[in-house]
Design a protein around this ligand. Structure first.
Ligand SMILES: N[C@@H](CCC(=O)N[C@@H](CS)C(=O)NCC(=O)O)C(=O)O
Length: 209
């Protein structure tokens, strides 16, 4: 099994942390997103959508999309449980995981991508040639502000996001917050619950993944 990866990007990190939490050490194949390598040639034979992460199994099957990779790995390695022990807990974890992808990574990505010259003509991940839209920089910033606000509200009532323990929901939110930190957005002043939670999740050995 090997993970098609990119160290600097938030979505592959969701898969890396998930695998690390499960104690799985598999081969990682690094790809260069910025050069456009994932949108051409050999990589499109692995994943025609041109995105990482993708998990290639020993029989050649390829699983795309971080949540699908998480779902597959959880089914093969149920412990420690990261996706819910009963239907209601699983639903809550999934809700926060999806929220954090769309409103965290998605919003911060919108802010970052649409002001990054190196990504000109690559308005969305993948091989479609779409223009950057400068107006999405401000919109991404406002969406991200709501993400942090909502995260802070939730973490004021619960130690972790989707449950009372660390789960897939925290992994995706952690990757969103660290992506924001990496591009200079940062946790807003006053989001004390996010800051407390972020220190806790960052102290886990998997955070180095
Ligand atoms: N929804 C996808 C998102 C994957 C994605 O957008 N990955 C980015 C890296 S963070 C990518 O592959 N970008 C390639 C590009 O920008 O062309 C998932 O869950 O895996």
């Amino acid at each position: 099994m090997k993970l098609h990866d990119c160290q600097m990007a938030p979505n592959p990190r969701r898969a890396r942390i998930f695998l690390a939490e499960k104690g799985i050490d598999c081969e990682k194949v690094e790809h260069d997103i910025l050069s456009g390598e994932t949108n051409a040639g050999d990589y499109l034979k692995i994943n025609p959508w041109g995105t990482v992460p993708a998990l290639e199994l020993d029989d050649g099957s390829v699983i795309r999309e971080a949540p699908a990779i998480m779902r597959y790995v959880e089914s093969q390695h149920p412990e420690p449980n990261l996706m819910g022990k009963d239907p209601l807990e699983a639903a809550e974890i999934e809700a926060w995981e999806r929220f954090s992808e769309q409103n965290g990574i998605g919003a911060i990505g919108e802010f970052f991508r649409n002001q990054t010259e190196a990504l000109e003509g690559r308005g969305l991940p993948g091989p479609t040639s779409l223009d950057l839209i400068p107006g999405l920089v401000e919109r991404g910033k406002r969406r991200a502000a709501w993400f942090y606000e909502e995260l802070d509200r939730r973490l004021g009532e619960s130690e972790y996001l989707g449950s009372d323990r660390y789960t897939a929901a925290d992994i995706t939110a952690q990757c969103a917050v660290d992506f924001g930190n990496a591009i200079g957005m940062g946790i807003p002043e006053g989001c004390k619950n996010v800051a407390r939670w972020h220190a806790a999740v960052s102290a886990r050995p998997s955070a180095g993944s």
